[in-house]
Write a protein that binds this ligand. Structure first.
Ligand code: SF4
Length: 211
């Protein structure tokens, strides 16, 4: 049975995240507020020792208000399923909470958030990290790794290695959307690397659960 302090902590975490999510929903700290449909705060278990951090919402996430939906979201579910994890067992968020987009040849397409937008949104990610206190962090893609682990992070050079960040063991791997853009031998190699990374992350997560 949970002690009184466990129960209070539980209420505090959920209440604190709900308050930060409320602030995000009305945030105008950067220009992405002007073009968003919905803010995308984060989902999952705020008591999980494992936090996954992506780059930012895309078109599907902007429309739904949920992180990692569409093809990249399905691939993320498959990556988690490879180690018998579901997104309900982890906490999932992004470095920016609004969609970054640009117009190209008359079409609106997703783009990476820029440094100014990431800086503006960083207090919200910090609040999530301080509230959830993950023991293991997996960054998905270079923008997340540069924000959370090291500004000089190079995803092809540094992925799959362990770092200390925010009091946690932190690693980065390729973003599911990047995997979906690969073809042929590059696709096979990228999938293999991500598979190795998620195995290592799961081993660290299991260690935390057993400790
Ligand atoms: Fe605010 Fe972040 Fe959205 Fe910019 S991306 S408007 S900082 S919530």
């Amino acid at each position: 049975m949970d002690s009184l302090f466990d129960v209070l902590e539980e209420e505090n975490r959920e209440e604190r995240l709900a308050e930060v999510a409320r602030q995000v929903s009305v945030c105008t700290r950067c220009d992405l507020a002007r073009t968003r449909t919905n803010t995308v705060f984060g989902t999952g278990d705020p008591y999980s020792p494992l936090m996954l951090i992506g780059e930012g919402p895309g078109e599907n996430e902007d429309a739904s208000g949920l992180p990692f939906v569409g093809r990249a979201g399905k691939l993320l579910d498959d990556i988690l399923a490879a180690v018998n994890l579901t997104r309900e067992q982890i906490y999932l968020t992004n470095v920016v909470k609004c969609r970054a987009s640009e117009e190209l040849n008359g079409r609106i397409r997703n783009r990476q958030p820029n440094a100014k937008e990431i800086r503006a949104c960083n207090p919200y990610l910090q609040a999530q990290l301080e509230t959830i206190k993950p023991k293991v962090i997996l960054c998905l893609g270079a923008p997340a790794a540069r924000t959370v682990i090291d500004p000089n992070f190079k995803i092809t050079r540094d992925r799959g290695k362990w770092y200390r960040a925010h009091g946690a063991q932190a690693m980065a791997t390729f973003h599911p959307a990047y995997i979906l853009r690969q073809r042929g031998e590059e696709l096979r190699q990228t999938k293999l690397q991500v598979w190795q990374d998620i195995q290592n992350v799961y081993a660290e997560y299991e260690k935390v659960l057993e400790s």
